[in-house]
Design a protein around this ligand. Structure first.
Ligand code: SF4
Ligand code: SF4
Length: 350
């Protein structure tokens, strides 16, 4: 038998424990988790082997192991584990550390995973927009329309928002692509078997699986997760289309908002927002309902869920309030005029 050199990293074990995998050491390698997992391949199944690799601190083996990302954290294994070792949660913690490991700007990935930096992460974009409003003077001279009402769209003109977000999104995408490339190289270096398919058919099969969420459909305990994930996934799809349509309208057609409610942009935007809000609500309810058996999830999971919920709710409220205020202003002005007409003795029309 070939000799294997093991390089344990005890700090990595501590990191897993601190990232939500605090039950890690309870595992006694019974393999029940690998038996009940409906997602794992039969050959070298997970998550039992990952549990021992994690206990031994085999960081490099775990990070270059595609199996940690084949897990959908459905928690079937956690529900059946006789020791309460919560393998689903442990794999979730390893995935979080893997993102930090491959991120080119590791400190930003660490900040996202730690509650200590929550305030900083929200304060940073707020500070950027405060600086913009101060520098263009709209904080002191609030832009107003002909009727004296504040024109919110001119507080920070759209081009300033785009000039901040488009380069930031491009920068994040490039950093992300470098991280993914590094991860692919590590997997290829440590692969124990020759490739079994060509890359194009592997990509087509993967994209089809993602579009249908076929992996999640196999899970038992949290079956409803599939519906909520699909709603969130396609909700984001609708919002992505709406965002690109708005860019096309603004910069391609030179057509500024507001757009009519019958426009395709509104169809994708509103439909996407509804799907996102319903999906994320189901996701939260599902987690709370199964918290005893499946675990409540880590800070990282809840930050992600909360950010999605806030995006969906704040975007929808912004539109509803804008509509409501324009209609309500209309209603109040009309009612005031009617009261004044009656008060001043202005007669009814014949
Ligand atoms: S995580 Fe639980 S079910 Fe899996 S091998 Fe360890 S003790 Fe057994
Ligand atoms: S959480 Fe679900 S998919 Fe992941 S290892 Fe456990 S049973 Fe398998």
């Amino acid at each position: 038998m070939a000799e294997q050199v093991i390089n344990p990293d005890l700090n990595f074990v501590k990191d897993i424990i601190a990232s939500g995998g605090d039950t890690l050491k309870k595992c006694f390698q019974c393999a029940t988790c690998s038996v009940v997992c409906n997602v794992t391949p039969a050959d070298k199944p997970f998550p039992r082997k990952e549990m021992i690799q994690a206990q031994w601190g085999l960081k490099d083996k775990l990070f270059s192991n595609p199996d940690i990302w084949l897990c959908h954290q459905c928690s079937d294994c956690t529900a059946y584990c006789p020791r309460g070792a919560k393998p689903g949660e442990v794999l979730g913690a390893i995935r979080k550390l893997s993102i930090q490991h491959y991120a080119l700007l590791g400190f930003l990935a660490k900040a996202v995973g730690s509650p200590k930096f929550l305030l900083f992460l929200f304060a940073l974009p707020a500070a950027i927009f405060l600086i913009i409003t101060i520098s263009i003077g709209s904080l002191w001279n609030v832009p107003r329309g002909a009727n004296g009402a504040i024109v919110f769209s001119k507080l920070i003109p759209v081009n300033y928002i785009d000039e901040v977000f488009v380069p930031t999104a491009l920068f994040a995408s490039i950093m992300f692509a470098f991280g993914i490339l590094k991860y692919w190289k590590d997997m290829a270096k440590n692969a124990t078997q020759a490739s079994g398919s060509n890359i194009i058919s592997a990509i087509i099969a993967t994209v089809t699986g993602i579009l249908l969420h076929s992996g999640l459909k196999k899970c038992d305990l949290t079956k409803t997760r599939c519906k909520s994930h699909l709603l969130v996934f396609y909700g984001f799809g609708g919002l992505f289309i709406a965002t690109n349509l708005s860019l096309f309208y603004l910069y391609g057609l030179k057509w500024e908002s507001p757009y009519p409610q019958t426009d395709p942009l509104k169809f994708f935007g509103n439909g996407g927002a509804i799907a996102l809000i319903v999906g994320i609500t189901l996701m939260i309810l599902n987690r709370l309902r199964n918290k005893e058996k499946a675990g409540l999830g880590s800070y990282f999971d809840w930050l992600f869920i909360s950010v999605i919920a806030v995006i969906g709710v704040s975007g929808t409220l912004a539109q509803l309030l804008r509509l409501a205020f324009s209609k309500m202003a209309h209603m109040f002005y009309r009612a005031t005029a009617m009261v004044f007409a009656k008060y001043s003795g202005r007669g009814e029309s014949a």
